[in-house]
Design a binder for this molecule. Structure first.
Ligand code: NDP
Length: 282
């Protein structure tokens, strides 16, 4: 049976440290403040907003949620972003995804001041990520690396296979893992024969959003399995990995829930604090 990579436990541990850091900053008169823009009423977004709010409160980070109507215009959204960019009390801005169809999300993201871009999604921050001189990191990728580091799982020379090429998970994770000398393959829906790649993985990350996508026949014994997926099946939250059959073959495996999810939220708070320090020249 593979050892459980306890994301929730690590997230709680790191949140404790971050809480102390925030208390120190406040003693110096620096108050981290971040804003989330939510457009419309996507049900999953509501859950994520609640989780972020709770974590921010625990750590001592002030948070503002701008709830905009589902028919919000692009012009009004850009005007709000301008206003938040100009407000020197605000250290971080993020747009909760997904957004309604009429919104050009790329244009909106480009509008965010990169110095306040907690999600690391502005073009200049994405460029810095690939160039290796970034000052902010996408939360999920950062959380995965923190978990591997905590369990002393080294990336140098390892074959890493990532299922999923989204801008928020697969691509930035590949950039950060390359930086740590892993050999990275990114798989997607047009990849022919996933198993051909996954069987060669020392570390397999699944971020596809498809329950039971990864089965035991797809991995070699001793693989480190990181399950990013969040899927609802018969009222239960499950990942992309068929945990029951994969866990006995893996060396390490993340559970869902309790794996990458809590670490993503904690890592987001770390980015807020990082940007706050940077904005104050600390
Ligand atoms: P997207 O839908 O944006 O991307 C999914 C990616 O997976 C795409 O690149 C898609 O390929 C690929 N994919 C989907 N199905 C398959 C398949 N059968 N075989 C190969 N590739 C496949 O999703 P996100 O990246 O936003 O999220 C992925 C999952 O991770 C979701 O379940 C989401 O809820 C979860 N998530 C969890 C987080 C956490 O904190 N635990 C944080 C963020 C996301 P193609 O590009 O060809 O369409």
């Amino acid at each position: 049976m593979g050892q459980i990579l306890d994301g929730k436990g690590l997230a709680d541990l790191l949140a404790g440290k971050l809480q102390e850091e925030v208390a120190d900053l406040k003693e110096q008169g620096i108050k981290p403040l971040f804003c989330v823009i939510n457009i419309g009423d996507d049900p999953s977004s509501k859950i994520y907003l609640r989780t972020k709010k709770k974590r921010a409160q625990e750590i001592g980070i002030a948070q503002r949620i701008y709830q905009l109507p589902a028919n919000e215009s692009q012009a009004d959204l850009l005007a709000l972003i301008d206003q938040l960019n100009e407000d020197s009390r605000i250290n971080g801005i993020m747009i909760q995804l997904p957004v309604p169809e009429q919104i050009d999300v790329n244009e909106a993201l480009e509008h965010i001041n990169p110095e306040k871009d907690v999600d690391c999604l502005t073009p200049s921050n994405v460029g810095r990520l690939w160039r290796g001189d970034h000052f902010v990191e996408p939360a999920t990728a950062h959380g995965i690396l923190a978990l591997l580091k905590h369990y002393k799982i080294n990336l140098r020379g390892k074959n890493v296979v990532i299922i999923g090429r989204s801008s928020i998970v697969g691509k930035p994770l590949a950039a950060l893992m390359l930086e740590q000398d892993a050999t990275v393959s990114i798989l997607h829906l047009k990849t022919k024969n996933l198993s051909e790649y996954t069987k060669r993985a020392d570390i397999l990350v699944s971020a596809a959003g498809q329950a039971n996508l990864v089965t035991s026949e797809m991995i070699k014994p001793g693989t480190v399995v990181v399950d990013v997926g969040i899927n609802q099946v018969n009222g239960h939250t499950v990942g992309d990995v068929d945990f029951k059959t994969v866990a006995p073959k893996a060396s390490y495996i993340t559970p869902v829930p309790g794996g990458i999810g809590p670490l993503t939220v904690e890592s987001l708070m770390e980015q807020v604090v990082k940007l706050t320090r940077r904005n104050h020249g600390r």
